[in-house]
Write a protein that binds this ligand. Structure first.
Ligand code: HEC
Length: 196
């Protein structure tokens, strides 16, 4: 009998609808958020002024397979947005030519507070972090100069860089800073988990 009561309670309260997540800010007013009681982030946007067009460029680059040698793998191939940007369904992530890496992709959120990245802390700044996977032979296996060449040849990216920076020149600094904006503004503090 007790079990049945328990079952009814679970049925009544266990299936509550997901709370609706409202956008925190209108997309044209993006800014850094430091939730109350959190420490100062390690990365500052002081020399990387936030704008919607840079964020949009960073997001496009995160999902862009041109960043890999054979144009098949993007950052999002391993960092999947439905899994908090971790790699679901794999023990270890695989990159170009289906090569398995040694580790699985961790989630990406609150990264501006991190003082070291990767399991062994090999990279210490979110702004240079994308160079690691882009040039890692078992992840994207590409050369930054080739990436820049491919993006410069693309009308879509000339337009996105132009919107973000006022002219269509693709440089590694612009690429890395816009990706830092996209990744740096993924916060966990307003997650469904927190709302429960
Ligand atoms: C082949 C799969 C794969 C691809 C592609 C990939 N990553 Fe990762 N990423 C990983 C793995 C695995 C780790 C953990 C590696 C480690 O700890 O040494 C990682 C770690 C990270 C971290 C550090 C997270 C933390 O908390 O330390 C960030 C940020 C990140 N990747 C961003 C990117 C970006 C940006 C790209 C695209 C330029 C990218 N990744 C492409 C698999 C991948």
């Amino acid at each position: 009998m007790r079990f049945i009561y328990f079952f009814i309670v679970v049925l009544l309260f266990g299936c509550k609808r997901d709370p609706k997540i409202e956008p925190v800010l209108p997309s044209d007013q993006l800014k850094e958020i430091i939730p109350a009681g959190w420490p100062q982030p390690a990365y500052t946007f002081s020399s990387n002024t936030i704008s919607e067009s840079k964020f949009i460029l960073g997001r496009a680059l995160f999902y862009e397979t041109l960043l890999s040698k054979d144009n098949t793998i993007s950052c999002a191939s391993c960092h999947q947005n439905f899994a908090a940007f971790a790699n679901a369904g794999h023990d270890r992530s695989h990159g170009i030519n289906d090569i398995f890496g040694k580790r699985n992709a961790p989630g990406i959120f609150n990264v501006t507070w991190h003082t070291s990245f990767m399991h062994d802390g090999g990279i210490n700044n979110i702004e240079v972090q994308p160079l690691g996977p882009m040039t890692n032979p078992i992840e994207m296996g590409e050369d930054i100069n080739n990436v820049i060449g491919k993006l410069q040849a693309s009308a879509k990216y000339r337009s996105l860089f132009s919107n973000a920076y006022g002219d269509d020149e693709v440089t590694s600094q612009r690429l890395l800073r816009s990706m830092a904006q996209f990744m740096g503004m993924m916060y966990s503090y307003n997650s469904k988990y927190d709302q429960y």
